[in-house]
Design a protein around this ligand. Structure first.
Ligand SMILES: [Zn+2]
Length: 139
């Protein structure tokens, strides 16, 4: 029985050999993944904050929804975003989807992949909250 959370945390630990928080943008570059930012998500997915496209490997960050989330999250004490760059959180999450594909982790069902990606972001960045909490922080 595969545990997606354990899978995500293990993958994160492999990328933190010294235990220190890595530079996720550098990790993405090393993995051959381009990170691009766009202001507005596609009209069909107005709440989309980020996505991974495999061919060629690319992580797209959508500034408007991420910035809105940062504002909503900073208003809640539980989520101190002072030490947490939401752009990095989203890059880390999408980087898992790249590793999932490139390293053939899984196969994971969609819900399992999301759980693993959240655990990966938490483990990689040493977050003291579960990134899933952010989903409820926006509107
Ligand atoms: Zn995901």
């Amino acid at each position: 029985m595969r545990d997606p959370e354990v899978l995500g945390l293990r993958a994160a630990r492999r990328l933190r050999p010294t235990g220190e928080r890595p530079d996720v943008r550098a990790l993405a570059a090393q993995a051959g993944v381009e990170v691009v930012e766009r202001q507005v998500p596609p009209p069909a997915q107005p709440r989309l904050r980020s996505q991974y496209q495999p061919d060629p490997p690319r992580i797209i960050l959508y500034r408007n929804p991420i910035d809105e989330l940062a504002e909503a999250a900073s208003a809640r004490e539980r989520l101190s975003t002072a030490e947490c760059d939401l752009y990095e959180v989203h890059i880390a999450h999408e980087l898992f989807h790249h590793l999932e594909r490139a390293e053939r982790l899984g196969p994971l069902a969609a819900a399992e992949a999301e759980e693993a990606a959240h655990a990966f972001a938490r483990g990689l960045l040493g977050l003291d909250f579960d990134p899933r909490e952010l989903s409820g922080a926006g509107r």
